[in-house]
Design a binder for this molecule. Structure first.
Ligand code: SAM
Ligand code: SF4
Length: 327
């Protein structure tokens, strides 16, 4: 079993398959993009599968593919199939901007992907283009339908909520998600990387979002929530619409954190907000043993903080952009 110093069991690995992205979201990366790592530094699918295989022996059971935009990496269904074949891995999910799902949803499902979270910050095409700095709104909507039709369900739609930017759309987003059979999830804006320097006072807490939504929906807390799921769930008694809040800032959920991350370049990273990584790529590429990879997991678990410091008087922010860590 993989346990950290604070007695939390690690069973969930979020894998960034690429730092590349076909969007340039204002809250995630600079307009000009980021300095990409040389292609040769990226873990191959075989290398990722080996890291997961060793992790599964230590008790990893859930995988989420992310990035960057995971769907821009070529032949992604091949990776899903390789991971799905590993003993002990019983759930593979993905977080995506949805743009390429119209063609990829079916092959990903066939390869063993269970479900997807699709980012959708707004229902207004012009606003979407301004936020993503790319005009792909219609393709995202087609991607949402394709995911539902392929059975990548229960579908979740994620919006990063920013005061004065898209906080006037909360109720519309909940209704839209419900019309697609999806749960809407609102993420508190985290000031990270370059974006934090440009975006002051954009945070809206989940509590305030909930108060606003209660004027439209008869919301009560969901009873059967997964404790390790960072989203706190609510359901509208009248319509059955479901909504979740990811309260990374206002009530961070570090006590029940069961995750670790693998960056596209092969760093095992104990926490999104902690600039510490254990290099597994060098183990993989120097004929390192499974025992050495196991030790890398244990080293990363030992580094894991009790909780992130985003609310502290002197905040500690990651030196990397969100897109480069894998959100
Ligand atoms: N490209 C995919 C996507 O956008 O869904 C996956 C990678 S993205 C980095 C993962 C998640 O992080 C998305 O839901 C995105 O909205 C969220 N995210 C990015 N920057 C954020 C920020 N500054 N605060 C809160 N959430 C953020
Ligand atoms: Fe790309 Fe996702 Fe970041 Fe937007 S949030 S820039 S889609 S990685």
């Amino acid at each position: 079993m993989l346990c950290d110093r604070h007695h939390r069991v690690i069973s969930y690995l979020r894998i960034s398959v690429t730092e590349r992205c076909n969007f340039r979201c204002v809250y995630c990366m600079p307009a000009a993009g980021i300095q990409l790592a040389p292609r040769a530094h990226l873990l191959t699918y075989e290398e990722i599968a080996r890291v997961v295989q060793v992790g599964a022996k230590l008790g990893l059971s859930k995988i989420r593919l992310t990035g960057g935009e995971p769907t821009v990496r070529r032949d992604l269904p091949d990776l899903v199939a390789m991971l799905a074949a590993i003993d002990g891995i019983n759930e593979i999910t993905m977080t995506t901007n949805g743009v390429l799902l119209a063609s990829l949803a079916q092959p990903l499902k066939a390869a063993g992907l269970r479900r997807v979270n699709i980012s959708l910050d707004t229902l207004q095409p012009e606003r979407a283009a301004a936020l993503a700095r790319r005009d792909y709104f219609d393709a995202v909507l087609r991607g949402i339908d394709a995911a539902r039709d392929a059975g990548l369900t229960p579908l979740k739609l994620n919006a990063v909520v920013m005061r004065g930017v898209n906080d006037d759309e909360l109720a519309d987003l909940v209704s839209f998600a419900h019309s697609k059979g999806a749960q809407m999830r609102f993420i508190e804006y985290m000031p990270m990387g370059v974006a934090r320097l440009n975006e002051q006072n954009k945070l809206m807490t989940a509590r305030e979002m909930l108060e606003r939504l209660k004027t439209h929906f008869d919301l009560t807390p969901e009873q059967d929530g997964d404790l390790a799921d960072p989203a706190r769930g609510w359901v509208c008694q009248r319509t059955g619409a479901r909504v979740g809040f990811i309260t990374s800032i206002s009530e961070h959920f570090c006590d029940t954190c069961n995750r670790m991350r693998l960056t596209a370049e092969g760093g095992l990273r104990p926490c999104l907000h902690q600039d510490a990584e254990v290099d597994v790529r060098s183990i993989l590429r120097s004929n390192g043993s499974d025992v050495a990879i196991e030790q890398a997991y244990r080293d990363a678990a030992n580094l894991k903080w009790a909780g992130h410091h985003m609310n502290d008087v002197i905040p500690l922010y990651s030196a990397k952009e969100m897109v480069a860590i894998g959100g």
